[in-house]
Design a protein around this ligand. Structure first.
Ligand code: ZN
Length: 135
């Protein structure tokens, strides 16, 4: 069983050590070396368009899976409670689908941040402002 240790940092170090997940909550980013051992740096932004980081008893969980289809190794795994769970290599079709899904998440995320955007998000924002007594 391959494990990965959580290390909280302010900045991601230039040289990462293997089997360590560096997390900077200040800059909303995590970084680690590809779990397959190829030595490639994997940087995962922590935001709704990227990854969701949680920890339990110091053991990190990242969602969704890490799909390194841009690397030669094409490794694909989940980090769950500090354990690397292999998810099988990506096929070309899965890579294409994964890219599309990522692009759609990104677009949805940035669209939700546009101030003139109406609909659910502005409704939610109005609600939050009223909650705090604003107009
Ligand atoms: Zn790799």
């Amino acid at each position: 069983m391959k494990t990965i240790t959580l290390q909280r940092v302010q900045y991601l170090p230039k040289q990462l050590s293997s089997d360590i997940l560096y997390v900077s909550e200040e800059y909303a980013v995590a970084g680690h070396l590809c779990a397959c051992g190829c030595g490639s740096k994997v940087i995962t932004p922590l935001n709704p368009a990227g990854w969701n980081f949680t920890e339990r008893d110091g053991r990190p969980t990242l969602r969704p899976s890490i799909g390194n289809w841009q690397l030669p190794c094409r490794s694909h795994y989940l980090i769950t409670n500090g354990v690397i769970q292999w998810a099988g290599q990506w096929s070309d079709e899965q890579i294409a689908a994964g890219r599309r899904a990522e692009e759609m998440r990104r677009q949805a995320y940035y669209a939700s941040r546009t101030p003139e955007q109406s609909g659910f998000w502005s409704w939610l924002w109005q609600g939050v402002r009223q909650l705090f007594g604003g107009k």
